[in-house]
Design a protein around this ligand. Structure first.
Ligand SMILES: Cc1cc2nc3c(=O)[nH]c(=O)nc-3n(C[C@H](O)[C@H](O)[C@H](O)COP(=O)(O)O)c2cc1C
Length: 260
């Protein structure tokens, strides 16, 4: 299964957006040469036909409790993003049955750009991701790990829908009663690092503490960490949308398995 070839093919779907962003770069470069300065970059973006205030972040809630602590943390992020005029949407995936990846490879073999199984939330998430500029995935800690459903969704969306995710900023968030949050947090962001997704950080690891629903709202440092994460994500998104650097060309992936 040549995942990278498929990603390359599917990347074509994203070209219009990338072209638009490149156009911003060209206008911004002209502005810089004309000594207009960086403050003019937002209007450069507008001139190029891309509204940087039209940015959107997908917030995936991996908890079975729709309005639980994970939701509280993601809501804090959403509220802070809104202060930066960035839209977001929280989608719950933890309270419905979700398949795990069965490694059938049909998503790549058939160039589907989505999972061959269309009977759960996974393809809905992949479709939403194509409309979003960044993603945050949140989960409660179950036995020191992310919840099973959200882990399955993340694995399948990255494998089948990775073309929608390439290069987009990403972050993970975990909430626990007492322990295991850093392990769950790390597990959740691992797949993003294989998709050239810039990981957005905060002032601390993106974790919160609470047991009963909503209890995490008493973790004032945890909430502040979420707001800082949102600030950093907003900064990164706007820099990407207005910057002049060219998106890197990718080499063909040299896949070398250790067992031959
Ligand atoms: C099956 C299960 C396993 C859990 N395992 C842990 C754990 O390993 N460490 C911990 O601190 N809390 C654990 N918890 C508690 C939850 O992580 C905690 O209540 C969290 O706030 C739930 O988030 P939510 O409200 O978004 O669902 C567990 C809860 C459940 C239901």
């Amino acid at each position: 299964m040549d995942n990278q070839n498929n990603i390359q093919a599917n990347n074509d779907e994203n070209i219009s957006r990338r072209d638009a962003i490149k156009r911003i770069g060209a206008v911004a470069a002209t502005a810089a040469v004309a000594s207009v300065g960086t403050s003019a970059l937002a209007s450069c973006a507008e001139a190029a036909g891309v509204n940087i205030n039209n940015l959107k972040v997908l917030l995936i809630n991996g908890s079975a409790r729709r309005n639980g602590n994970t939701f509280t943390l993601l809501s804090e992020i959403a509220a802070q993003l809104k202060k930066h005029s960035i839209e977001s949407e929280i989608v719950g995936v933890g309270n419905r049955p979700v398949r795990g990846c069965v490694a059938c490879g049909q998503c790549h073999a058939k160039g589907l750009g989505k999972c061959v199984f269309d009977d759960d939330v996974c393809n809905e998430i992949i479709a939403k991701m194509s409309e979003c500029d960044a993603v945050v995935v949140g989960s409660p800690v179950y036995y020191g790990q992310p919840a099973g459903q959200v882990l399955s969704v993340v694995q399948r969306m990255c494998y089948a829908g990775g073309a929608n995710m390439q290069g987009k900023p990403a972050a993970a968030v975990a909430v626990c009663r007492r322990g295991g949050a850093t392990a769950a947090f790390q597990a959740l962001q691992m797949p993003f690092q294989m998709l050239n997704m810039p990981i957005v950080t905060s002032q601390y690891w993106n974790i919160g503490y609470g047991a009963a629903e909503g209890e995490v709202s008493q973790d004032t440092e945890g909430l502040q960490t979420m707001r800082t994460l949102a600030d950093n994500m907003a900064y990164m998104l706007k820099q990407f949308a207005t910057g002049t650097a060219k998106f890197p060309e990718r080499e063909k992936w040299q896949m070398m398995n250790f067992v031959r």
